[in-house]
Design a binder for this molecule. Structure first.
Ligand code: PMP
Length: 415
């Protein structure tokens, strides 16, 4: 395979900035096939995947049960007529209803996290008849206009103004500030239970319960965006399970498609959903809820339960956090903080240049890692929840070596 031809076509026909960025990080390879936590490039070199598609691949690459379900559906009927009843979508929605917290019961399917958030915002405005949305600084909800307005990093939103009106941001984790921002005009508060792209920020234990109370008292809906934290990633099926808080609307994507299909959803209670039922096309999507994606999603959800991936994430996460905290103690000038839950872990560096050096060091060692999108000073460790323990340790060895290498480089520069 002509790698330079792929790079050139990326530059010419996709996005020259991507080509430049990848080259800058030392990436000169084209991915070709993958299995579990291993990716092979066109030259046959293997890479250990500690990023898992920004947390999408909780079951790893090409989980056999999900691939088989998708193949079977592909051979029979991948897309819907949109007129007859669909068994894949109803089976999948019913399985989700079993799994979702509290009385969340009805689901709308789409293709991405951003679309799930758009739907949640629309449903909250429709149900409450109120205009305003309160979200958190640093939060990440996607890049379509509504989701972008709720997200909290100017670099992504400012160039596209004017954004959706009625959105305000409060510091994450501070219940008092949230309480002060919510009033009788608030349709919804939208939060991630643990902020992912902000740099893996775990709020105080009483934050979500307090947010729940603030919303209930004000008649506003609590929307939890579990696009990244859902399906076992943080050690429980949903991150909100750890606080016992049940949202009014939950947003899902990433892991929902089992690492095989793009799939998102927003789900709510039968009571709230009523406003979408008089005219069921008030919110719709031609390809949303298609049989192929739903067949994959159903197999994924069953497989996540069968393998008890939340428990696995919890155990492996504790192991990884302990190792990374030891590393922080050994390199206090390089690592400012290590935090996370389950296998959603962030390592905070003093600045983004040092984080960039460490990522480049990982790539040299053929380990795939990246920074968090709203905070480039933080490297995320979020592999598949199926990653074998020895592979995770190999990845952490590479991380340690890369931190040491970056430290030497920085010391050399300041001499
Ligand atoms: N919400 C959260 C919490 C996310 O982490 C992300 C993506 N990182 C999104 C929404 C947006 O998802 P997508 O990129 O699929 O639109």
């Amino acid at each position: 395979m002509d790698v330079s031809g792929v790079v050139e076509d990326c530059r010419r026909c996709v996005n020259a900035g991507i080509a430049t960025l990848h080259k800058f990080m030392g990436v000169e390879a084209v991915e070709w096939r993958a299995e579990g936590s291993t990716i092979w490039d066109t030259e046959g070199r293997d890479y250990l995947d500690l990023l898992a598609g920004f947390g999408t691949l909780v079951l790893g690459h090409r989980p056999p049960a999900v691939v088989a379900a998708a193949k079977e559906q592909l051979d029979r009927m991948p897309l819907a007529s949109r007129v007859l009843f669909g068994k894949q979508v109803t089976d999948f929605a019913a399985a989700l209803a079993e799994l979702l917290p509290g009385d969340l019961q009805k689901s709308f399917f789409c293709h991405s996290g951003a679309e799930a958030v758009e739907g949640a915002i629309k449903l909250a405005r429709l149900y409450t008849g109120r205009p305003n949305i309160v979200s958190a600084e640093g939060g990440y909800h996607g890049k379509t206009m509504g989701a972008l307005s709720a997200s909290g990093r100017d670099v992504y939103s400012k160039p596209f103004g004017p954004l959706m009106p009625g959105v305000s941001h409060v510091p994450f984790g501070e219940a008092e500030a949230l309480g002060a921002a919510v009033d009788g005009e608030t349709a919804a508060v939208i939060l991630e239970p643990i902020q992912g792209e902000a740099g893996v920020i775990v709020p105080p234990d009483d934050y979500l319960p307090q947010a729940r109370e603030i919303c209930s008292n004000a008649g506003a809906l609590l929307v939890l965006d579990e696009v990244q934290t859902g399906f076992g990633r943080t050690g429980t099926m949903f991150a909100c399970d750890q606080s016992g808080v049940v949202p009014d609307i939950i947003c899902l994507a990433k892991a929902l498609g089992g690492g095989v299909m793009p799939l998102g959803a927003f789900s709510s209670t039968a009571e709230i959903w009523k406003v979408l039922e008089d005219n069921p096309y008030l919110h719709s999507s031609t390809l949303g809820g298609n049989p192929l994606a739903c067949a994959a999603g159903l197999a994924a959800v069953r497989e996540i339960q069968r393998l008890d991936l939340p428990s696995r994430a919890k155990a492996l996460g504790e192991h990884a956090l302990a190792r990374l905290r030891r590393l922080r103690d050994e390199h206090p000038d390089m690592i400012a903080d290590v935090r996370g839950r389950g296998l959603l872990i962030g390592v905070q560096f003093p600045d983004s240049d040092i984080a960039g050096l460490v990522i480049a060091g990982m790539i040299q060692r053929r380990v795939i890692a990246a920074y968090t999108l709203n905070n480039p000073e933080v490297i995320r460790i979020e592999p598949a929840l199926t990653i074998p323990e020895d592979a995770l340790d190999r990845g952490l060895d590479a991380f340690e070596e890369s931190v040491g290498q970056a430290e030497e480089l920085v010391a050399g520069l300041s001499e």
